[in-house]
Ligand binder design. Structure first.
Ligand code: G3H
Ligand code: 13P
Ligand code: ZN
Length: 332
């Protein structure tokens, strides 16, 4: 049993309270490899932003859960080396699928876990989330639950259609489970194709697809039920069109990729939404940079020469999110 506090990590409790009170949101960035982690830590250290490092099921399969945990421990030391005196870094399990997965992460030093029972019947979601909370709280590990189902298909996290969170269920869920934060569904979804072209309108000036707005009325109704309670938004990549254009220009095939407009995320960040999950945008930034190097320098075969630009591009993206969208800079 390793406690996250001995690794220099923090849980989300204090961080979320400050974010809700201060009208900003904490970035939750997924990581799968060293360059992504370096870019996240550099961006957070440079902007003095609290940050959540997220590990998904896919990441655990790809990179190994133990290795990722040690990388997060290294991230704390690296942040200090970069001059961030008191790094506020959370190591979080993203979309935990079972009690055993959550327990295993808690036992090896994660400071926060998500138990995603959103696909289960309500009472089963309550029972599973409660069980995880009871275990996690013994070690002061914080727990994110989820109510409502996100649309989109990514990894095992999928649903045929979006089912918004029912505001009338949230008080009962939070009270019965004791969870520390709640992921909700208000129209976001995972991946780079969040809406079909049919769901969007076409901006005649730019020729770009404009997605429908998020259900801010549902968010407001949830906030009314749970004043000040930390709310989480998954599926919050904006799918930057310049990255998509670069990918397509250099041989990619991402047609009709569309995300959540930044102004909507800015608005959400000012509400009780205090954790915003971003993964796909980082994948796009990495892929765009790598494709550009390969296209312009076909003789290049030193991975540092294409992963380096990929890292730079991801760092730029993370800093942009922190400063221009979530408003979490200078909060740690
Ligand atoms: O919620 C989904 C995340 O983007 C992680 O996806 O399981 O493919 O790593 P992944
Ligand atoms: P995106 O696919 O929009 O980046 O969402 C990531 C996410 O919600 C991770 O849990
Ligand atoms: Zn998610």
């Amino acid at each position: 049993m390793i406690n996250y506090k001995d690794l220099g990590l923090v849980n989300t409790r204090e961080m979320f309270k400050k974010a809700v009170d201060g009208g900003y949101a904490i970035p939750a960035f997924n990581f799968n490899n060293m360059e992504q982690l370096q870019a996240i830590v550099m961006a957070a250290a440079e902007t003095k932003s609290p940050v959540i490092l997220q590990v998904s099921k896919g990441a655990r399969q790809y990179a190994n859960q133990t290795l990722l945990r040690y990388m997060a421990e290294g991230a704390v030391a690296y942040a200090k080396e970069l001059g961030w005196e008191n790094p506020q870094i959370v190591l979080h399990l993203d979309h935990g699928d079972a009690f055993e997965t959550c327990k295993s992460c808690i036992d090896m030093g994660f400071s926060s876990v998500m138990i995603d029972g959103s696909h289960l019947p309500y009472e089963e979601n309550v029972a599973l989330t409660k069980k995880v909370v009871e275990y996690a709280h013994q070690f002061d590990v914080t727990v994110e639950g989820e109510l409502g189902v996100l649309a989109g298909v990514e990894d095992e996290v999928s649903a045929a259609e979006s089912h918004y969170t029912k505001p009338e269920e949230v008080v009962d869920f939070v009270t019965k489970t004791g969870c520390d934060s709640l992921a909700i569904s208000i129209g976001t979804s995972h991946g780079a194709f969040k809406f079909t072209p049919e769901q969007c309108t076409l901006d005649p000036q730019t020729g770009r697809l404009v997605p429908p707005p998020l259900a801010f009325d549902v968010l407001a109704a949830i906030e009314e039920q749970l004043p000040g309670f930390p709310i989480v938004l998954h599926g919050s990549s904006s799918v930057p069109q310049d990255e998509v254009d670069t990918i397509n220009k250099f041989g990619g095939a991402l047609k009709a990729a569309v995300g959540i407009p930044e102004e909507q995320l800015r608005k959400a960040a000012k509400s009780a939404v205090c954790k915003i999950n971003i993964d796909s945008d980082s994948r796009l930034a990495m892929t765009a940079a790598v494709r550009e190097v390969f296209a312009n320098k076909p003789a290049e075969f030193d991975p540092r020469k294409y992963l380096g630009p990929a890292r730079d591009n991801m760092k730029k993206l993370y800093i942009h999110k922190i400063k221009e969208v979530l408003g979490s800079d200078n909060k740690a």
